[in-house]
Ligand binder design. Structure first.
Ligand code: RUQ
Ligand code: CUA
Length: 651
């Protein structure tokens, strides 16, 4: 729209009262009221325009869904676009009581057992980069994968019910960052290390940083039939201790390759207690670090040929093999690199630099050519071939101070987040030179995301600035402030901020935005008794009339049905010390008829969506009378949906 046309005038011209009239004098009832509200609230025309672009009337659905990392909240956040309404927090790496995740139900196995590494129980995660599953380079709406930087784990969230179905712990490294990136047909979910350490969780003093400390790129094989990562078919490549950072998988022309940046070719391990500089300056000495170029199709072949070692149960291509086979090659990248984003056509790789003013665009065809011809400019200290920087790049784009991440639209433009300048810079990766436009955002933007932005065909229209700071944007709520998303309309000639959304539960790192009609979520679990973790009807599910309590020595099995508005059986008599298992079946098949099941004082709490099977097991180690009840206001007689657990004391 031409901004010089008065929006107010337009609105009034459209008002039914003005139909057929040429006058836009502002006298009509709508115009009059709108004008009064604008005056009263101090709104400008562009505010009204932004509201019109994003306001979504009651009952209207959003066109896109964002799945955002919830950072150290350990969760994922589903957000509608353009309304920016928060739709759901999806519990992933930490317990969450609304979804009944981590309070005695079936999800506990995923959260507390499967995700253990070295025996420690970890109940939080630092979610970094969510990635949708892809088919032919397009989001297919089936799964989303996230990594946990803090504990080197990857989770699979099923988008049929927005539940976490699997968490795997990386057996090699202690922390990750370059994840969870998918290859264009979700053959693999890539997870690369961040802070180097001896692989497999061994001890070694910091003196051995250069000789013993290592990074790794883990290629988790995804079994699309089962919808789970297959640990047996997964493998890894050993990497130098250069602190690998962001990563991205090649697509189209560069399919079969993965790119990872890094920021510590200095091999700084901090002060080491020896008066050396902190990592902050120790790792910022060199003007260039190394972009890691990995030929994963070739690596897959090496694995098939048996050219691997086994570390902690994982097949690992050694650094020496990766180097000699050119499965791994390096190219210099300036300065304090961050962000590594492959262009939608797969031809370019854009790398930002936290201490640089440019984004560097690497040209895949040049890289491939140099590797094929064996034209290297040298080797790094670990024997990995290094390509000449100038011969590998398309060029460099002037951006501003501290470019980080880059996303793409449908018109061939790139949008880079610029942390220090607090701007979004629009530029053309095929026509490097002057940026097209810089938009100020509030403040210190980290990640940036675009509609369908990581696919081979981004949608354009919407870009989201994921800002790290928001000091004066929202009503103050104490020294810990929410993070801030700004929805930017990039469809017009100028970028416009249309909505500010505070994110009050963790610091998001990255997100993706999918066309809403690609998502086909379930309304109910069907048939009745479906175990959401197996997608099959549980052999322990009940139908109406089959409810019962069975006792086998000190083991008590309760087969309970859940339906408006009773839990059946509604009393459970056990002895102190008994091991109690309650098999719960929701007999509901009506959409949105959700119940819950909680036992007071026993830390038992599960969510019972229609048709769902759940199972809780606990030891009745506290004698007394414990009411249990339904936790969702499901019907007029919801309060009556309750019963008693009676635990008879030992003599
Ligand atoms: S990374 S701000 Cu947040 Cu995981 Cu670039
Ligand atoms: Cu069922 Cu409340």
């Amino acid at each position: 729209m031409n901004p010089s046309v008065s929006i107010l005038a337009l609105l009034m011209a459209c008002a039914p009262e003005n139909a057929g009239q040429a006058s836009t004098s502002g006298a009509g009832p709508l115009g009059g009221t709108l004008q009064a509200i604008m005056t009263e609230r101090g709104l400008k025309e562009e505010d009204i325009l932004a509201a019109a672009k994003t306001y979504t009337p009651s009952g209207k659905l959003d066109e896109y869904v964002i799945m955002a990392s919830g950072g150290h909240g350990g969760n994922l956040i589903a957000i509608g676009v353009p309304s920016m309404r928060i739709l759901k927090y999806v519990a992933v790496f930490g317990p969450e009581s609304w979804q009944g995740y981590g309070y005695g139900g079936l999800g506990d196995k995923i959260l507390y057992e499967d995700s253990r590494q070295g025996g420690k129980e970890v109940t939080w995660g630092d979610v970094h980069h969510p990635n949708f599953s892809e088919t032919k380079g397009e989001y297919d709406g089936k799964y989303i994968f996230v990594n946990d930087k803090a504990n080197a784990r990857v989770a699979v969230v099923d988008l049929s019910d927005f539940m976490t179905k699997q968490i795997v712990a990386n057996p090699l490294v202690m922390s990750d960052h370059g994840g969870a990136f998918v290859t264009p047909n979700t053959e693999y979910v890539v997870e690369t290390s961040q802070y180097a350490a001896p692989l497999g969780g061994r001890y070694a003093p910091l003196d051995e940083y250069d000789t013993t400390y290592r990074g790794a790129a883990m290629f988790w094989h995804f079994d699309k039939e089962k919808g789970r990562l297959d640990q047996e078919k997964s493998w890894a490549i050993e990497l130098p201790p250069y602190m690998q950072d962001l990563a991205d998988a090649g697509k189209l022309e560069s399919d079969g390759w993965v790119f990872i940046n890094s920021w510590n070719t200095e091999l700084s391990a901090g002060s080491e207690g020896k008066g050396k500089p902190f990592m902050e300056s120790g790792a910022s000495q060199n003007d260039m670090d190394y972009l890691h170029v990995i030929n994963w199709k070739k690596a897959e072949q090496l694995i098939a040929d048996g050219k691997f070692d086994i570390i902690n149960g994982v097949r690992v291509i050694s650094l020496a093999t990766a180097a000699s086979e050119n499965v791994l090659t390096f190219i210099g990248e300036p300065k304090s690199p961050h962000g590594c984003d492959v262009t939608p056509d797969g031809k370019g790789i854009v790398v930002g630099g936290k201490l640089d003013t440019h984004a560097t665009v690497f040209e895949f065809s040049k890289i491939k050519d140099l590797i094929e011809k064996g034209e290297f400019s040298g080797k790094d200290r670990y024997g990995v071939n290094v390509l000449d920087f100038q011969k590998s790049i398309r060029g460099q784009q002037e951006i501003g101070l501290g470019p980080l991440h880059t996303v793409f639209d449908d018109k061939g433009f790139a949008y880079t987040s610029v942390f220090l300048d607090s701007t979004v810079v629009k530029w053309n990766p095929n026509q490097l030179g002057q940026p097209v436009e810089a938009l100020s955002v509030q403040y210190n933007i980290g990640h940036i995301m675009a509609a369908e932005g990581d696919t081979v065909s981004p949608d354009g229209h919407w870009v989201v600035a994921m800002n790290k700071m928001a000091q004066d944007r929202y009503q103050p709520v104490g020294p810990l402030l929410p993070q801030s998303f700004q929805l930017i309309d990039v469809s017009g000639e100028k970028m416009e901020i249309t909505y500010d959304l505070p994110i009050p539960l963790g610091e998001p790192h990255y997100s993706q935005m999918i066309k809403a009609d690609k998502l086909k979520p379930l309304q109910v679990y069907s048939p009745v008794g479906t175990n959401p973790y197996t997608d099959e009807v549980s052999p322990h599910a009940v139908t109406a009339g089959q409810e019962r309590i069975e006792r086998d020595g000190k083991k008590v099995h309760v087969y309970m049905s859940v339906i408006r508005s009773h839990l059946s059986p509604d009393y459970i008599d056990v002895n102190e010390g008994d091991e109690v298992t309650i098999h719960l079946t929701s007999l509901e098949q009506a959409y949105d008829q959700v119940h819950g099941f909680a036992i007071d004082m026993y830390n038992v709490n599960v969510s019972m969506e229609p048709g769902k099977y759940e199972e809780v097991t606990f030891t009745a180690d506290r004698a007394g009378v414990f009411p249990f009840y339904c936790t969702e206001f499901c019907s007029a007689l919801h309060l009556e949906m309750a019963g008693y657990l009676l635990v008879k004391p030992r003599e």
